[in-house]
Design a protein around this ligand. Structure first.
Ligand code: ARG
Length: 456
């Protein structure tokens, strides 16, 4: 098969080399952006009188027809034509004749592919920002629904201090807020036009890059042609923002898996989102959160793959860069699927208020309140901590809860204790006293819910 670039070649490409170097099996996904970019390019060539207007019209019409064909699934992509760019260009020349050969004036696949990925990513990032928002709304609604429910807060996975379930749920809202921010920051750097950098040096033809940028809605034009065709930082940034998001979803998933165990019993997952075992009839497994947790590894792996591809690459374009697409596409699909499934599943989870409250009552989770009580009465906190620690040791020994202690027992540890200490030992009082900014007190959490509602 004749190649568009075979002028200087005396041998046909080896079949295995054709298969090895071809990217069309995956980069065909960029077809819409490739055509969009070509159309803008050709309008610029026409405006600048680099090609005759009637050739430009022919090209535009041809590209439109090809787009329709691909959209309808009637287009045949050929592996021997290497990639999506050459497949479309070849089809164009076949369709409209030699005028089609003018499309590639003042352009190289190096700036073309950089453009396609940027157009693709710009659209995908805005979709992901929306999907992230949807999941945030779910957390907000759950926080609203479970107002006033108390659960144990953990450190080291040991019961630490009681917190509001809504506060715990809104922690995920805040993580996702930063994730949206990271996607937004990345989108600003994606939104720069590389086209017109050509192979690496720019061109001697009188192109108008700013015009192309306007047509395609780019906020800026790249300043250095060598950089523009070499740069894949924007992909790394996206993959790292996606990895952080997936880490958040993975931590959430881990909690869902743990909380849905018989041992915890904090939640029950909807049947429709769980699976059974082929041998153990009693099983109901949390496969959805487990898979989200597993897929986080895959996305982090994709980030690692890109970092290593880029490391050590000399400027400017190298074919190694073709390896950017599969990790990128895989990440986009994985993140979208994970966000969507969690957004659908989360509202259907049942939170078991009684179990959570009971768990919060154990584990001496108001010990810090007791220490703070003493501190408020003037005892240096370090001493208050020690006194309370000894009281806890006594309780463990006597198999008692803090709230079961009598005044006489307390007085043995410190003369400071007065009757009001008993208001400090109940779980609800403990939670509601955490009124510091960002704390878990009911009224703080309600205020945060209100504030969020007024902004989204
Ligand atoms: N398929 C290539 C890629 O994805 C397109 C650019 C090829 N450029 C080249 N000079 N071989 O990177």
């Amino acid at each position: 098969m004749k190649k568009p670039w075979d002028g200087r070649f005396t041998e046909n490409t080896e079949k295995t080399v054709e298969a090895f170097t071809s990217s069309v099996s995956f980069d065909r996904r960029l077809w819409k952006y490739d055509i969009q970019g070509s159309a803008a390019h050709v309008r610029m060539l026409k405006k600048q009188k680099i090609i005759p207007a009637r050739d430009a019209e022919l090209i535009l019409r041809g590209l439109g027809e090809i787009a329709r064909e691909i959209g309808e699934g009637k287009f045949k992509f050929r592996e021997d034509l290497e990639d999506v760019h050459m497949n479309i260009e070849y089809a164009l020349i076949n369709r409209i004749g030699p005028a089609g050969g003018k499309l590639h004036t003042a352009r190289s696949r190096n700036d073309q592919v950089a453009l396609d990925i940027r157009l693709f990513l710009r659209e995908e990032i805005s979709g992901m920002i929306k999907l992230t928002r949807d999941l945030q709304r779910v957390f907000l609604a759950l926080a609203d629904r479970y107002k006033g429910v108390v659960m144990p807060g953990y450190t080291h996975l040991q019961r630490a201090q009681p917190v509001m379930l809504s506060h715990h749920l809104l922690a995920y809202f805040e993580m996702l807020e930063r994730d949206r921010g990271r996607f937004g920051d990345c989108a600003a750097r994606v939104n720069v036009l590389p086209l017109g950098s050509c192979a690496l040096a720019g061109t001697s033809l009188p192109i108008d890059r700013k015009y192309v940028a306007r047509l395609l809605g780019f906020a800026a034009v790249s300043e250095n042609s060598i950089d523009a065709v070499s740069d894949r930082d924007f992909i790394i940034e996206f993959l790292s923002a996606a990895s952080v998001l997936m880490l958040h979803l993975s931590r959430l998933s881990e909690e869902l898996v743990l909380w849905s165990t018989e041992e915890f019993g904090f939640i029950s997952l909807p049947d429709a989102y769980s699976t059974g075992s082929s041998i153990m009839p009693q099983k109901k497994n949390p496969d959805v959160p487990e898979l989200v947790r597993g897929k986080a590894g895959r996305v982090c792996g994709n980030l690692m793959a890109m970092l290593v591809v880029l490391k050590g690459l000399p400027l400017a374009y190298n074919r190694d860069l073709q390896e950017d697409k599969e990790p990128l596409f895989d990440t986009v699909d994985t993140v979208k699927d994970s966000l969507s499934v969690l957004t659908k599943m989360m509202p259907k989870i049942k939170f078991n208020k009684t179990v959570m409250l009971k768990a919060a009552e154990g584990g001496f989770s108001t010990a810090t309140d007791l220490a703070e009580y003493l501190a408020k009465k003037g005892l240096p906190f370090r001493e208050a901590h020690n006194v309370t620690g000894r009281i806890v040791k006594y309780c463990i020994h006597k198999k008692k809860l803090l709230e079961d202690l009598t005044m006489d027992e307390l007085k043995k540890y410190s003369g400071i204790f007065e009757k009001d200490v008993f208001d400090h030992l109940s779980i609800t009082a403990s939670v509601n006293r955490k009124t510091s900014l960002g704390g878990t007190a009911g009224k703080r959490v309600l205020q945060r819910i209100k504030d969020i509602k007024s902004t989204i």
